[in-house]
Design a protein around this ligand. Sequence first.
Ligand SMILES: [Zn+2]
Length: 409
Amino acid sequence: MQSLTTTAHYQQLLGLPSTWMVENVDLSMTAMQVVIRLVYTGKNAICTECGETCSIYDQAPEQKWRHLDTMQFETIIIARLPRANCKEHGVKTVGAPWADRHSRFTLMFEGFVVQLLQHCSNTQAVSTLLGLSWHCVDDIMRRAVKRGMARRGDDSIEHLGIDEKSFRAGQRYVTTLNDLDGARVLEVVETRTNKATKVLLTSLAATQRDNVQSVAMDMWQPFATAVQQILPKADIVHDRYHISSYLNEAVDKIRRQESRTLKAIDDKTLVGSKYTWLRNPENMTPIQRTSLDELLACELKTGRAWSLKNMFRAFWSLTNRDSAIYFFNYWSEAVDRSGLNQLITVKEMMQRHLENILNYFKHRTTNAVSEGLNSKIQLLKASSRGFHSFESYRVRILFYCGKLNMAIS
Ligand SMILES: [Zn+2]
């Protein structure tokens, strides 16, 4: 026999509105489950379309929701939702106050899953721990991101960043819009075309678009064109983060080519040296520094390329635009004299975009935020073993890098 206190106890625990009653609570020791059956006691029902109070047409078929566990027992809520008989909209199933529409979990359970996910950036671990499928966790994250995005205000955002990230193998990309002052990702779109970038930028409210002062980005024309079209007042800044990746890439190409040439004559000097040329000297251990010095003493092409790349770092600590122009010309001549084609190509590209590179001295866009967000996204990609879809990738980026308020209300 059901004790009265048990139902009253659960009634209190669930914090139900007065129109819902706990009918009975069933404990199954074999299934290790607590099943709570709820019944609607209201006299009317609210139409989900118009909010009118209507008579009750009937009760929808029984549905189940997983709730927070009761001690070690999985806890299930079972109820039949009333269907409102709206004069205007016909028969409409009323939403459950304890769950999101279309969710098989209660809001409290979803809130718990969100907290777990926030503390452990691994969907698989959370799925296993709670005995949920990957898709269930994915759905919960999706709803959490939707909640968080809806709560975001139209506060002014002055400094934006646009970044691309590869998605799956091959040449597939996603483009992210970042708030550089708030260190968060605002939105993600598939591909890196002009059209996609325009969609990305129009995700900002009109008043926000009006207040943007600068957009840091790669020297990629579709991004620049989109900014000119949607944010005509904002300056484009080709920041240190993006320039450094081109210079690093040029040094790496030169190293690969030279290493092949040397190997052909059985010289293994450059073998295994890839990261030596990519690290900044101040981040090196004494052993790494010694091996760099030894390599530099060999008078290789790679060493010359490295020196020119390293020399350009001084550009970013200059104090004004005029000295930056002077420095750039000086450095360009040195690159030309080196005869290193891969580096000359990058220099020529920088020359074509010099005005936007010099905008750095107006806005002083830091690259720490872009770098931080990018490595965070990289980790998400690595821990997910390939995303099932673009949408799942987008949801994860916003879940972990969007600084959203995803709490249940
Ligand atoms: Zn209605």
